[in-house]
Design a protein. Structure first.
Lengths: 330, 281
């Protein structure tokens, strides 16, 4: 600041140079504004470029297979026949398993953190959960491969196969030899991975419930569970759903945690114990080895499909969370 | 009748509360198991050699020097490219365009990019950088990581600049300072700790990213500091070594995983401490 004042004082002596300084300042001011504006618009351009690049890259695949690309299972690099159904199916099934396990557990943990936990323990646990949410997914992957998959293979999967062997529908769902790696394992790893994420979002949302609301419910004689079920959950419904969608977006696009344990088999098996594949795992495994334009294009087309699905899910999540923010702001 | 209603409600509450406790125990226990395995296996292979020797073929024990170096170089480059872009864009959103329609659109898109699958970023950079250049390179890897840095930095910069009280800006404006000057010398200074936090979080985020590097920077068995050639990185080496059938490679993969986790946790804790001390003052 002193610098500016000084410069203007000296400029006072020579009037033309003062005008020059002012002009230069105004120019610099405008330049900075336009620069920041350009960078902000750059974000929009970035999204546009990503979509455009994926579209152009996948064009040969869609031209060769048309709409059928989405509906066929075959994936044969030798004859160059590709279909995306198996990876799409695997992506959806693993994410479904992950959400089915992680959402109830995450909500219960968040309830523990906001309603039950002694005050002195809340911050440490909350911080630990948030730190865990930031651990790179490759860590979960390597653990899944070396520790979790062998454990499942020896101790859990034989039990599942035995237990459901006689039940009509479940027997095919849990059929086959216990490989260890497979769709179920991938789903479980994903569940462990998104759990801290779900917990920390739901905790944030639950904490936004006005204390007065909860206190009046307690004052009427509600139990803790009834307060949670009838006051906290309805009040935070939109936010919770938004948070879940955000977690779903993560699960759908997760690469490393899944690639290690899914088994990479391009077929849709009725059993969730069997190896399968997901879109991201297919790309991660095969992209550098893909020979020929059509193979590469098919993989990029898979990427485009994944990006499309996650964009819709994430946009919906952000829209719901935005609604919550607006209501809290009002 | 009344007593039984009370008993039922109390029972239901007890069940729900024990479920909640059990869920917390399971959730935290699971994560403790993972960290425990990581510490156990990682420390098992940890020695000075890890930091002083190159990756070797299986059978002869080597270290992780070249992937550690590669990770540092690419992370550094990515931050160098991504941070200015992110800070400037965040500046527009919090200062010039605070009430503009563009800002809400950019914020929405940015939030989506923030959680978009990172493997897509890898594909994108492959299409626009690797394919035209005709070969994999460390530069492409850094670019891919930069694309991930930008949304994180934008988000924190905007949030932190919005926290700067307006009277500060008004006082500076009353002294006759031009707007760009106010932003650079008053607003940035007031929000410095927050912006640094954003950069640290971005580094933490990219230091474990594997997917965007697989087909941009690829991997390299040897020491290389050439930005125009494939370069090793810790995550990519972990991926390759963990899936290999060789025990000594797998051991190194665990050690690499430990190093990454340690780095990420340290960065997040420092970032957290920075904002916490700010909040108190």
């Amino acid at each position: 600041m002193a610098e500016v004042a000084l410069r203007q004082e000296t400029a006072e002596v020579a009037i033309p140079s003062r005008a020059q300084v002012l002009v230069r300042m105004r120019l610099a001011d405008k330049a900075f504004q336009y620069l920041t504006h350009a960078m902000a618009l750059g974000v929009l351009a970035l999204l546009g470029c990503i979509i455009l690049a994926l579209m152009i890259g996948s064009l040969p695949a869609f031209r060769a297979f048309g709409f059928e690309f989405l509906l066929t299972q075959r994936w044969n690099p030798v004859t160059e026949k590709f279909g995306a159904l198996a990876p799409i199916y695997g992506t959806i099934v693993t994410s479904f398993i992950a959400m089915a396990i992680a959402v109830p557990i995450g909500l219960l943990v968040a309830m523990f953190l906001t309603e039950l936990c002694p005050l002195w323990l809340r911050r440490p646990i909350a911080i630990a959960v948030e730190l865990l949410a930031g651990i790179p997914s490759i860590i979960y992957g390597i653990w899944g491969l070396f520790v979790f998959a062998p454990f499942l293979q020896v101790h859990v999967q034989p039990l599942l196969i035995d237990a459901f062997g006689e039940v009509p529908i479940l027997s095919s769902l849990f059929a086959g030899p216990p490989y260890g790696i497979g769709t179920l394992t991938a789903g479980l790893i994903l569940a462990i991975m998104v759990l801290p994420f779900i917990t920390s979002i739901s905790r944030d949302v639950f904490e936004a419930v006005p204390a007065v609301l909860k206190e009046s419910a307690y004052g009427l004689g509600c139990t803790t569970w009834e307060v949670f079920r009838n006051v906290v959950l309805p009040y935070t419904r939109v936010g919770v759903i938004g948070g879940m969608m955000l977690a779903l977006g993560r699960a759908l696009g997760e690469t490393m945690a899944v690639t290690f344990v899914i088994g990479n088999a391009h077929k849709i098996a009725p059993s969730i114990l069997a190896p399968g594949t997901t879109i991201s795992a297919t790309i991660a495994n095969e992209f550098t080895e893909a020979v020929g334009d059509l193979y590469t294009a098919a993989l990029i087309a898979l990427g485009l499909i994944l990006f499309g699905i996650t964009l819709v899910v994430l946009a919906l999540a952000r829209y719901l969370l935005l609604r919550v923010e607006r209501r809290l702001g009002a | 009748m009344r007593a039984s209603l009370y008993a039922r409600r109390r029972r239901r509450n007890a069940v729900a509360m024990s479920l909640s406790l059990a869920a917390t125990a399971i959730g935290l226990g699971w994560l403790v198991l993972i960290l425990g395995a990581l510490l156990w296996e990682g420390f098992n292979g940890l020695s000075l050699k890890v930091f002083t020797e190159m990756t070797r073929p299986p059978g002869s024990d080597g270290g992780l020097l070249n992937p550690i170096f590669g990770s540092l170089i690419m992370t550094g480059l990515a931050v160098l490219i991504g941070t200015p872009v992110g800070i400037l864009a965040g500046t527009y959103m919090a200062e010039y365009g605070r009430y503009a329609r563009t800002t809400s659109v950019v914020r929405f898109i940015n939030d989506i990019l923030l959680s978009a699958p990172s493997i897509i970023v890898g594909l994108f950079i492959y299409e626009v950088a690797v394919a035209p250049m005709g070969h994999f390179s460390a530069l492409a890897g850094a670019l891919a990581l930069a694309v991930i840095v930008v949304p994180v930095v934008i988000r924190t910069t905007e949030d932190m600049l919005l926290l700067v009280p307006n009277p500060l800006r008004e006082a500076a404006a009353a002294l006759g300072m031009p707007r760009a000057y106010i932003i650079r010398h008053v607003a940035y200074r007031a929000a410095k700790a927050g912006i640094v936090t954003g950069v640290l979080l971005a580094i933490a985020r990219i230091s474990g990213e594997t997917a965007p590097l697989l087909f941009t920077a690829l991997n390299n068995q040897f020491w290389s500091s050439n930005l125009n050639a494939p370069m090793a990185s810790l995550p990519a080496v972990i991926f390759q070594f963990a899936l290999s059938p060789y025990a000594d490679w797998q051991k190194l993969a665990w050690t690499g995983a430990l190093i990454i986790t340690f780095a990420v946790l340290t960065l997040s804790i420092v970032a957290r401490a920075l904002t916490a001390s700010r909040r108190q003052s």
